[in-house]
Design a protein around this ligand. Structure first.
Ligand code: UD1
Ligand code: CA
Length: 452
């Protein structure tokens, strides 16, 4: 087993985002770019994670530790280039590593497999393994220079390249794997005699070759190594990742009727034979079991749906919404922090928050759990087989017993015993002939006014 240190560079300023938030904390599919990178490299078997941040970037450091509790944060005091940034994490090398992976926190879509491919090149004997790609437009990227045998000899930054070198279409994605025993020595020999007066990480290629080490190349699809510098590229990264998530969901056996209209979170879990109709949005933390149906225009986050549950169209499941088997949540229904029992139905225009609904209970149209008094939240408990008529307000804390029936239009402020009927509304009053007499009186009044 080769020991691996991963160094994530995140000290860039990200000015082109025009944001008060640091670039690498912007999200793709519901998670920061930094967290995506840390997760992918952990999956590729990195034993230690070092994150290099700019001075005063406690927020970036905090996100790194949130994504990976054992990450170590290093501060690059001055932004003097990518090689200089790696050296800011010098102390992380102390334990000795076979592989050093260098990655960029603003390049969030690189798959764990690709990191493993780079490490495999080191295991096969290369001193450096560079990740390359062929962009549609190579402007701005470092060019991969090769010899007659196709071996990588150097990487030339755009600003330093000759007219001839600028014709090269293969570019440096920026990420690379390096022989852990040699990295610090090679990096200490990188100079800054170049157009940007920066210490360039890609210069290790020439230095390693001068030491007799070979430099290998791994080529990735352009979409995978997309770097995010502005909000247009952020949207491109989002689109790329959404397509990947849609494809994975379908490969796992979910039917997406119109995949291009369904938006996933990085962690959405869909079972087999799930049907997702058009225009459904998944926020973070959703788990959907087999044979669930999600009708069009539903929005879910932090929700769990057991087998054969059905929601929507136009359902909104908020964090803590847990639907048991065959539960049914219909149109314009909002559920928050609530357990919906097996086979229970909440079909129309309802808000259920901070509640437990027993198996097979039926919640009528327009029922509201009044869970908040402006200061605190309270729970509503509805028993098995209970029936709550339409347009009831259940003023929490309140408990409706098993098999109880609540008449529609009730404002329920006290507990209802099991199997009881509760009606809490004004009594109906009926006066025979009253309407006809009223109309006759008013018609007479109106015609007397007209003749004035
Ligand atoms: C880099 C590569 C270039 C490659 C391109 C791919 C270098 C010198 N060039 O160029 O060959 O084609 O990526 O997108 O590496 N960073 C620091 N501290 C620094 C400088 C950079 O942490 O002092 C971080 C940035 O936050 C960023 C990454 O390193 O995550 C890359 O830096 P950037 O300045 O964007 O490099 P490019 O000019 O894009
Ligand atoms: Ca860049």
């Amino acid at each position: 087993m080769r020991k691996c240190l991963a160094i994530v560079l995140a000290a860039g300023e990200g000015k082109r985002m025009r944001s008060s938030r640091p670039k690498v904390l912007h999200q793709v599919a519901g998670r920061s770019m930094l967290a995506h990178v840390l997760d992918a490299v952990a999956q590729a078997g990195a034993d230690e994670l070092a994150v290099v941040v700019g001075p005063g970037r406690e927020d970036v450091a905090a996100e790194a530790l949130k994504a990976s509790a054992h990450a170590k944060v290093f501060v690059q005091a001055e932004r003097l280039g990518t090689a200089h940034a790696v050296l800011a994490a010098r102390e992380a090398f102390a334990k000795g590593f076979d592989d050093v992976l260098v990655l960029f926190a603003d390049t969030p879509l690189v798959r764990p497999e690709t990191f493993r491919d780079l490490r495999a090149k080191l295991a096969e004997g290369a001193g450096v393994a560079v990740l390359g790609f062929e962009p549609e437009n190579p402007f701005g990227y470092g060019r991969l220079l090769t010899d007659a045998t196709g071996a990588l000899t150097a990487i030339r930054e755009h600003k330093d390249a000759s007219a001839e070198e600028l014709k090269v279409r293969s570019c440096n994605a920026g990420l690379m794997a390096l022989d852990g025993g040699k990295t610090l020595d090679w990096l200490s020999r990188v100079g800054n005699d170049n157009a940007q007066k920066e210490f360039y990480l890609p210069d290790v290629v020439e230095i390693a070759r001068a030491d007799g080490a070979s430099c290998a190349l791994v080529i990735a699809p352009a979409g995978e190594v997309l770097g995010v510098n502005d909000r247009v590229q952020l949207a491109q990264a989002e689109a790329e990742l959404q397509n990947r998530l849609r494809r994975a969901a379908m490969e796992n056996g979910a039917t997406l009727v119109a995949p291009e209209t369904v938006f996933f979170s990085y962690d959405t879990k869909l079972g087999a034979d799930v049907l997702v109709e058009p225009h459904v949005v998944f926020g973070p933390g959703v788990t959907v079991a087999d044979h669930v149906v999600i009708h069009a225009f539903s929005h879910l986050e932090g929700a769990t749906l057991a087998e054969q549950a059905t929601i929507g169209p136009y359902a909104r499941l908020r964090p803590g919404a847990n639907l048991a088997r065959e539960a049914k949540v219909g149109n314009f229904v909002e559920i928050k922090k609530a357990e919906i029992g097996e086979g229970a139905k909440v079909n129309h225009l309802t808000y259920i928050g901070d509640a437990t609904i027993g198996p097979r209970a039926n919640i009528g149209a327009g029922v509201i759990t009044c869970n908040y008094d402006g200061f605190l939240k309270y729970r509503t408990e509805i028993g098995a087989d209970a029936f709550v008529g339409s347009n009831c307000s259940l003023v929490a804390p309140v408990r409706i017993g098993d098999g109880a029936l609540v008449g529609s239009g009730s404002v329920v402020t006290r507990d209802v015993a099991g199997d009881a009927l509760a009606v809490a509304r004004g009594q109906q009053v009926e006066k025979p002939g009253w309407a006809a007499a009223f109309r006759a009186k008013m018609r007479a009044l109106k015609s007397s006014k007209a003749s004035d």
